[in-house]
Write a protein that binds this ligand. Structure first.
Ligand code: ADP
Ligand code: ASP
Ligand code: MG
Length: 407
């Protein structure tokens, strides 16, 4: 007998038929003798629908009210699944985040979990009851409803698994595991049997939305065994593991991630003096805008150009700040470009191999794709390119690094 936390995503609970199918799956696990906590997302499309309603009223809804609104989606699915489980003769009980007491900070729409009171869940489990918990939501110390950011149900599941010291946290979704890249973009992508936390964290941070970044951070920190599986078909899925498997030959590259959600800003002709980067980027970070890739070029007239990327939603605000700085510093101009994408190769195997980046650059050159920016770390290389070439770039790299599935 083991204690398992299972999370079912939006598509997996997207209709009554799907909820009934999830109930069958859960019932089978209970009948095998496992103890279960089930975490659910809202039905697919529901969170977007709710956000759309708010935006019909105002472009800048109050974050506290947004959380009251968007947390309703998960309340629907937990009640429906509990009913479906009871119909199958099982004991089940649904809980909102506040009822479990998933306590978060007060950062509405991007709250962080601080504490989970596991007493209620533990006593349900001991009594043979399936606890069905709303993902994505919590409550702050004052009792306000909070949410954890898009895709946050993954994090709810991992945090509960950590709090209960569960044997495994299983993330059921609409693909049968973590692939070498998004299988909806590259049909030859291959499922990975396992991937390290470190690589998964890079993949998630660099744009692979199969797991919310924070859920991977949490699982790594608390050593929660994490598996991504399909709710539509049986299979082993992908195990996200702590250790690199020493018995296996490490592939150079485990996966390719991409992100279309960034924009590029350039300030040109800034007098090149010490402290200029901090003068340019300081006000951006003071405005709580996260800067990602940065490059600085010096030209022979003693001026410099600084180019950097931010989340696309922050571009307008960043440009306003940058224009002000440009006036103060006597810079020539400020340019913006929202139509960029970041493509990254990720792999722990890179540590012990030179030449990975040049293979990447050759592949992009062969497809006539211009590289605008480059950034590297021990286990990844990222390039910024024109957004319209992102699929071409990812497919080319997938082939160049030998990741394509056999025909
Ligand atoms: P859920 O609603 O179950 O949380 P998500 O849409 O959040 O599902 O995540 C699953 C999706 O992630 C898949 O449908 C797939 O298109 C996308 N995805 C992106 N990168 C990858 C990858 N490397 N491996 C698997 N899926 C990926
Ligand atoms: N329903 C939320 C979202 O769409 C949380 C989740 O599905 O994980 O972002
Ligand atoms: Mg998700």
């Amino acid at each position: 007998m083991s204690l398992i936390v299972q999370k079912y995503g939006g598509t997996s609970v997207g209709s009554i038929e799907r909820i009934e199918a999830v109930a069958d799956k859960v019932a089978a696990f209970v009948r095998q003798g496992h103890q279960l906590v089930v975490v659910l997302s809202a039905m697919s499309g529901e969170t977007n629908r709710l956000i759309g309603l708010a935006n019909q009223i105002t472009e800048t809804p109050e974050p506290r009210e947004m959380d009251v609104l968007v947390s309703t989606g998960e309340q629907v699915t937990i009640a429906l699944l509990s009913m479906a489980l009871m119909k199958r003769g099982l004991q089940a009980r649904s809980y909102t985040g506040g009822q479990v007491r998933i306590v978060t900070d007060s950062a509405h729409m991007k709250a962080r979990i601080e504490d989970i009171n596991s007493d209620t869940l533990m006593s349900d489990i001991s009594a043979g009851t399936v606890a069905v918990v709303a993902g994505f939501q919590g409550v702050d110390v004052e009792g306000n409803i909070t949410t954890l950011g898009r895709g946050g149900s993954d994090t709810t599941a991992v945090a509960i698994a950590a709090a209960l010291k569960a044997d495994e946290c299983q993330i059921y979704t609409d693909v049968d595991g973590v692939y070498t890249t998004d299988p909806r973009v590259v049909s030859k992508a291959q499922r990975l049997d396992r991937i390290t936390f470190e690589e998964m964290l890079e993949m998630a941070s660099l744009g692979s939305k199969v797991l919310q970044i924070r859920s991977v951070e949490f699982a790594g920190k608390y050593g929660v065994p994490l598996r991504v599986l399909s709710s539509f078909e049986d299979g082993p899925g992908t195990l996200i593991s702590l250790e690199e498997d020493d018995n296996m030959e490490k592939p150079l590259i485990s996966g390719i991630a991409f992100n279309r959600d960034e924009a590029k800003l350039t300030i040109r002709g800034v007098p090149d003096t010490p402290g200029v980067a901090s003068r340019v980027l300081g006000p951006i970070s003071e405005a709580n805008i996260e800067v990602d890739v940065i490059i600085q070029n010096v030209s022979d007239d003693n001026t410099t150009d600084i180019t950097f990327t931010v989340a696309r939603g922050d571009m307008k605000k960043a440009a306003e700040i940058l224009k002000k700085t440009a006036e103060e510093l006597g810079a020539r101009e400020v340019l913006t470009d929202p139509k960029i994408a970041k493509v990254s190769i990720v792999g722990v195997g890179m540590r012990s191999h030179a030449g990975v980046a040049s293979t990447m650059f050759q592949s992009l050159a062969a497809d006539n794709i211009n590289i605008q920016m480059i950034t590297t770390s021990e286990i990844k290389v990222s390039v910024v390119i024109d957004e319209k070439y992102v699929e071409l770039a990812v497919r080319g790299l997938h082939t160049a690094f030998g990741l394509d599935a056999a025909e």
